[in-house]
Design a binder for this molecule. Structure first.
Ligand code: AHG
Ligand code: MN
Ligand code: MN
Ligand code: MN
Length: 347
């Protein structure tokens, strides 16, 4: 018989993980990796909140593989994630937006998981104190290219890259942490999507969004329309159709754009609608990176009943050739993404 929940019983991320372990959806070693990621997010949440009074705003002076000037907090958040994953003892390879190449982790005792992450997403918003986030995905190590032959560095690097370049459909877990008016940790281990709100007094993520489902439709679109002029005509037609009140009983769509994928995605997941970062004449594959932005978010949205598309097909079906490969991303309510895809089909 179900024991009556005591009023002093906290549903924390740790207790949720334990229940998933009992259900067999995660094994003990993956649970430890996920706990280490939750710790990294708590640490980044505190760094982000105090950036302006701890000399952590502004540029770090270097640029990353995507050609972006790294903010100080891009570099610090990356270090926080790498430390937490190394200290888990269960991580074999890490790939980060802020690391040119994947890194093999010496401190691995078992588990050997492959973890990909964007340690600070929307970092252009940091100096203005606007929402940012962290995004992560976890793969099983690929058995055909072990990273154990440490003696040949060239071969090991190749194997690290092969371990990391797996399609999103192979992800074991994916999630993000939103650093905003509320710090919310959202995760899927292939068994639905769960959201946990950070209680800084207790220092724990508390279950606040059990079994999240994205509404099938939503009248919010989230695109950087500053790029409208360089979009393909069929995409311009799509955006114009959303603004045409006569098509929508006199009520056109609303536009909301934060400039942080995590913030824009989280609102889309909860309220419905569509987020898009299309390719354009200058950058045909768009701006967002497949491995640690588009694929993890697409697993989450599909687990919540939505869709993650490149415009031509499912993001989760795309196998990365390069660690920092970009793809166009259209993600959110199934009905809304399918409506967008209908314009691509007519193109
Ligand atoms: P990151 O800060 O990790 O480099 O990601 C920024 C991404 C994404 O978070 C956001 O949706 C998008 O860049 C905003 O791009 P624009 O400023 O070009 O709209
Ligand atoms: Mn960046
Ligand atoms: Mn990002
Ligand atoms: Mn980033």
């Amino acid at each position: 018989t179900e024991r009556q929940q005591s009023q002093y019983e906290l549903n924390t991320f740790t207790t949720w993980l334990l229940k998933e372990e009992q259900k067999g959806t995660v094994d003990g070693e993956l649970a430890i990796v996920l706990s280490s990621i939750a710790l990294a997010c708590k640490q980044i949440a505190s760094l982000v909140t105090r950036a302006g009074i701890s000399n952590l705003t502004g540029l770090g002076g270097l640029s990353n593989s995507s050609g972006e000037d790294q903010k100080k907090l891009d570099i610090v958040s990356n270090e926080v994630f790498c430390n937490a994953l190394r200290n888990s003892g269960k991580t074999g390879v890490i790939a980060s937006e802020e690391e040119d190449l994947p890194v093999a982790v010496e401190e691995t005792y078992s588990g050997n998981y492959v973890v990909v992450f964007d340690p600070l997403d929307g970092s252009s918003n940091i100096d203005a104190g606007i929402s940012t986030g962290s995004i992560f995905g976890i793969y099983a190590p690929s058995d055909e290219c072990s990273i154990d032959d440490m003696d040949d560095p060239e071969k090991m690097m190749q194997n690290c890259i092969l371990n990391v370049c797996q399609p999103g459909s192979s992800l074991l877990a994916a999630g993000y942490c939103l650093y905003s008016s509320s710090t919310v940790f959202v995760i899927t281990v292939g068994d639905g999507v769960y959201g946990f709100t950070y209680d800084s007094i207790v220092g724990e993520f508390i279950l606040s969004h059990p079994d999240m489902k994205v509404p099938d439709k939503g009248k919010i679109y989230s695109f950087n329309e500053g790029n409208y002029g360089s979009w393909a005509p069929h995409l311009q037609d799509y955006i114009n159709s959303l603004k045409d009140a006569s098509k929508w009983d006199g009520k056109p769509y609303s536009s909301r754009y934060i400039g942080s994928l995590v913030g824009d995605f989280h609102r889309t997941l909860l309220y419905g609608g569509i987020y898009g970062y299309p390719g354009d004449s200058k950058n045909p594959t768009g701006k967002l990176r497949l491995l640690y932005e588009c694929a993890p978010m697409s697993l989450i949205v599909e687990q919540a009943g939505g869709l993650g598309s490149t415009g031509e097909g499912r993001v989760l079906d795309v196998c990365p050739e390069k660690v920092h490969q970009r793809v166009p991303l259209f993600i959110g309510s199934k009905g809304e993404v399918e409506y967008l895809e209908s314009f691509y089909k007519k193109a």
